[in-house]
Design a protein around this ligand. Structure first.
Ligand code: ZN
Length: 426
């Protein structure tokens, strides 16, 4: 059997690229053919566009039949009608807010998930996969060219768009150039999906053992932090166990003084980094898989939202977060798909898992995947279908083989809907 050399790899990439372009032009063709019969399309009246069908309105949501009138991309009016007046019964749903991603590892979609322990099984191991600086992900990212990073992230963004996501919050590794690559990839992918970028300093030239005593290295680090805060929406900290106190304190203080957002992984593998993370007063906690009641109460008292990534926790074998306790405590829980290397960035799947594992109510899960994420990320312009908000919506085919016969559309959406039920994205 012949080997797979570099030229084969280049050819494979070209084929993938070509297929992607064809798919995009086909998709564009489908969208331009859409009509009011499908529940969405151009409208001849005074508004730019009208979307008709079963509207998942507000945050709870209220399910009503009617028309949504859109002008300049903003919802101007929601007109309630009786079901019998409707040509389209398709479901009009707010697009998802994916509250936590790492799309930088998109080219590493099938990594070994841990060492083999028997001929037929492996041992799950979080640190070997993603812990900085020597986890597989970081070794991979350090060798990745800027061009490959941009191309691969663009495909992940396009994939998320097709999966009904309107906003994603990415922990972007690689300092300024990492953030620049994501900005470029987002521009290429178009304006239909909005990134919230949490940058991460590279600490170049900074020996953490020297801490604050090494003035010149400290200076470099602070310069990088300042530059990052100029271009990113905030800083995403990998975890307090990975950095020394001086760096963490500087990151928190500078981020807060620049009025940017501080997000931090906490309690993913064990509890040891939860209290230090809470002490930084972050704007968003990620995972909290091992949080106990007392820690959940502190987060609730301080109104810190938590992004849970349950499919990721299952892949890495770290356990599952006490989401019901978080909800009991009044925490605004939102949902993320975490690393692309661990899971496809698919919020439908995330909802299916959450529903099946926890038995959380359909309405609560709907909020977790939409408006809670928008609130947590300061994106109150989106996340629900309401007058004055951005018309970030998807139209689902109520007659698809998957959705026909559904009697309770909210339950159908949360527990069953898939990306291939999407007729159009607005
Ligand atoms: Zn993460």
């Amino acid at each position: 059997m012949s080997g797979f050399d570099d030229s084969d790899f280049v050819r494979l990439l070209e084929i993938i690229d070509q297929t992607e372009k064809e798919r995009r032009s086909e998709t564009a063709g489908n969208f331009s053919k859409s009509t009011l019969e499908d529940g969405y399309g151009d409208y001849g009246g005074s508004y730019d566009r009208v979307v008709s069908g079963l509207i998942f309105a507000g945050t709870e949501p209220d399910l009503i039949y009617g028309n949504i009138y859109i002008e300049d991309g903003i919802i101007k009016e929601i007109e309630e009608l009786s079901g019998s007046q409707m040509k389209s019964r398709n479901w009009i749903v707010p697009r998802f807010i994916n509250a936590h991603t790492h799309i930088g590892d998109t080219l590493l979609k099938d990594p070994p998930l841990g060492p083999d322990i028997t001929p037929y099984a492996y041992k799950r191991d979080l640190d070997s996969l993603v812990r900085p600086p020597n986890g597989l992900k970081h070794r991979f990212l350090s060798d990745l060219s800027q061009e490959a990073a941009i191309d691969s992230m663009e495909s992940a963004i396009w994939d998320m768009y097709q999966n009904g996501i309107s906003v994603f919050a990415d922990f972007r590794e690689g300092g300024l150039s990492g953030v620049a690559a994501l900005i470029e990839a987002s521009k290429n992918a178009g304006r239909g999906i909005h990134p919230i970028i949490f940058g991460r300093p590279t600490f170049s030239g900074f020996d953490s053992a020297a801490s604050g005593s090494d003035f010149s290295a400290s200076h470099l680090f602070l310069d990088e932090l300042r530059d990052l805060l100029d271009v990113a929406d905030g800083i995403g900290v990998s975890g307090t166990n990975d950095l020394d106190e001086y760096i963490l304190a500087k990151i928190a203080a500078k981020t807060q003084s620049k009025r940017r957002r501080l997000a931090i992984h906490a309690g993913e593998k064990d509890r040891s980094d939860i209290e230090p993370a809470l002490s930084l007063d972050p704007d968003l906690l990620i995972h909290m898989t091992h949080a106990e009641e007392s820690e959940i109460k502190i987060a609730a008292d301080r109104e810190i939202p938590i992004a849970v990534c349950v499919r990721s926790n299952l892949v890495t074998g770290v356990g599952l977060p006490s989401i019901l306790s978080m909800l009991d405590a009044g925490i605004s829980v939102c949902v993320g798909t975490d690393n692309v290397m661990l899971n496809a960035p698919d919020m439908f799947e995330e909802l299916h898992f959450l529903s099946k594992i926890y038995g959380i109510s359909d309405a609560t899960l709907f909020k977790m995947a939409t408006s809670n994420g928008a609130d947590a990320l300061g994106c109150r312009f989106t996340g629900s279908i309401e007058v004055g908000k951005k018309a970030d919506m998807m139209v689902l085919n109520a007659k698809s083989l998957n959705l026909k016969h559904v009697k309770d559309p909210l339950a159908g959406f949360v527990r069953r809907a898939r990306a291939d039920d999407i007729l159009g994205i607005i």
